[in-house]
Write a protein that binds this ligand. Structure first.
Ligand SMILES: [Fe+2]
Length: 187
């Protein structure tokens, strides 16, 4: 069986985003490729399991173009840890690599006209296992929590590296939002 390595995936990402510009079309094509990448696993390195204890999750950058487009990252979550609700500022395709990640997706219900203010309501709630996809267009909001007793890992592909999109994290209780930057391993 032929392997499907990171360089094969990056070549395909470049081809797809050259051929189509519509986000839904990009996601439709990238999703099955991301599933092929996580099914292969021969490219997975031990350091991808290294976590940032303070952050609760570890982020390992596998690829980005010189202009920060087409970012591919492995993210791992410690048991019981997760993210706040957040957007990405670009399209996102997440493919489960190991374990089960609890996703909650939200919709924005205010009009975004008040800086720092945001009201969200839950749209849906589901568990994404290894091989499953979680896909969002620009503006899609979700949170991820590892409710299991083992580390979970997933491969995240973004139209642009999320530390370069001015994306937001949301606080439901205070109905507020602010910048969301993540610590990348090795930075
Ligand atoms: Fe996310």
């Amino acid at each position: 069986m032929t392997t499907y390595q990171l360089q094969d995936y990056v070549s395909d990402l470049r081809r797809v985003t050259r051929d189509v510009t519509d986000e839904s079309a990009i996601i439709d094509r990238v999703g099955p490729l991301a599933q092929r990448l996580v099914a292969d696993r021969t490219w997975v390195r031990p350091e991808y399991y290294e976590c940032n204890e303070a952050q609760g999750f570890g982020v390992h950058l596998l690829h980005e173009e010189p202009d920060h487009s087409l970012a591919v990252l492995v993210v791992n979550w410690l048991p019981g840890r997760g993210t706040p609700p957040h957007d990405h500022g670009t399209w996102a395709v997440v493919a489960g690599l190991e374990g089960e990640e609890h996703n909650t997706r939200y919709r924005r219900v205010d009009d975004g006209s008040r800086p720092g203010h945001a009201e969200l309501e839950v749209m849906d709630d589901f568990v994404a296992a290894a091989g499953d996809l979680v896909c969002m267009k620009t503006g899609g909001i979700h949170k991820v929590v590892n409710e299991t007793d083992r580390m979970t890992l997933s491969v995240h592909t973004y139209g642009r590296h999320v530390n370069h999109t001015n994306r937001r994290q949301f606080d439901l209780a205070s109905k507020s939002c602010k910048e969301f930057l993540v610590d990348i391993a090795g930075d």
